[in-house]
Design a protein around this ligand. Structure first.
Ligand code: NDP
Length: 274
């Protein structure tokens, strides 16, 4: 079975560099998709309260019989549950749906700057971490300004910032900030939901290696040091997206993909999404 390398987070916890995302997968389909991913060899699953499929994820985890310590489960706190007390309650609800007594990573899903609650929300996550109910805590969709403010007013540097990141949106300044402060970069929509898979540069590299464009993009992420969580409900693609450890992109391939950066945002703008 494929062995996925681990990334060591800033608190020493290790996280698989490649996991499985379930955004936009209906709860009733999620159990089959996650079961298929676990069978293929994925051990890290990324969900969120707002996806409405934590129960489906939990059912697949329980049915797999895989020991809990071999799994890495991430979920996220939704914007409407920001605020110290609401965050604590939302976390309990997520754990209950997942059927777990702890998660491996708990994230504040968006900074939602107009709500102006992310600092106190994150303080609730610090308590969850201290209580051992999350092995690591972090954020998602935070820009440098949000990270700076958070770090000024709280005690624990986020282990992870999960952001939109793919060849069309390479987030160079944000990644440099993460590197400087020991925050792991996790890429959501790592395939840009398919929008970069027809790019000629990617197709050309794929042909040269005898792999698919999606595999080239995932390889580019891995060699760039990003954590990736591609989503698919198609079993052959689920397996294909994990089968990215048998080849390596050359420096010239990496440069060709780097040339595709073009501010291509497929999701909301974190500065205005609330
Ligand atoms: P991805 O970039 O992972 O792309 C998923 C799409 O690509 C699906 O349409 C899928 O189709 C298709 N696809 C997957 N594999 C292949 C392949 N090998 N070849 C061709 N097409 C393929 O998009 P997501 O937006 O789902 O992002 C991944 C994960 O990131 C999410 O599931 C979620 O866990 C997380 N996320 C987090 C966000 C946040 O705000 N923190 C926001 C958005 C996502 P099909 O399923 O039909 O096979």
């Amino acid at each position: 079975m494929t062995s996925v390398p681990n990334v060591t987070l800033n608190n020493g916890v290790t996280m698989p560099q490649l996991g499985f995302g379930v955004f936009q997968v209906p709860d009733e389909e999620t159990t089959a998709a996650v079961a298929s991913a676990l069978e293929a060899g994925y051990r890290s699953i990324d969900t969120a309260a707002i996806y409405g499929n934590e129960r489906g994820v939990g059912k697949a985890l329980a049915a797999s019989g895989i020991p809990r310590e071999e799994l890495f489960v991430t979920t996220k706190l939704w914007n409407e549950d920001q605020g110290h007390d609401r965050a604590s309650a939302a976390f309990e609800a997520s754990l209950d749906k997942l059927g777990l007594d702890h998660v491996d990573l708990y994230l504040v899903h968006w900074p939602a700057p107009d709500r102006d609650l992310y600092v106190q929300t994150y303080k609730a996550l610090e308590k969850i971490l201290a209580d051992g109910r999350a092995r690591a805590i972090g954020v998602s969709n935070f820009q440098v300004s949000h990270l700076r403010r958070l770090m000024e007013h709280t005690g624990i540097t986020p282990a992870v910032n999960q952001v939109e990141l793919h060849p069309g949106l390479q987030q160079k300044a944000l990644r440099a900030f993460h590197a400087e402060h020991g925050i792991a970069t996790e890429a959501w929509s790592p395939l840009a939901q398919g929008a970069v898979l027809d790019d000629q540069a990617i197709v050309g590299v794929a042909e040269a290696h005898g792999v698919t464009p999606a595999q080239v993009v995932l390889r580019w992420h891995l060699q760039s040091g990003n954590i990736v969580i591609p989503k698919s409900v198609t079993p052959a693609r689920i397996r294909q997206n994990l089968d990215v450890f048998g080849f390596r992109l050359t420096d010239a391939d990496m440069t060709a993909v780097a040339g595709l950066d073009r501010d291509l945002r497929t999701g909301p703008d974190p500065d205005t999404f609330n």
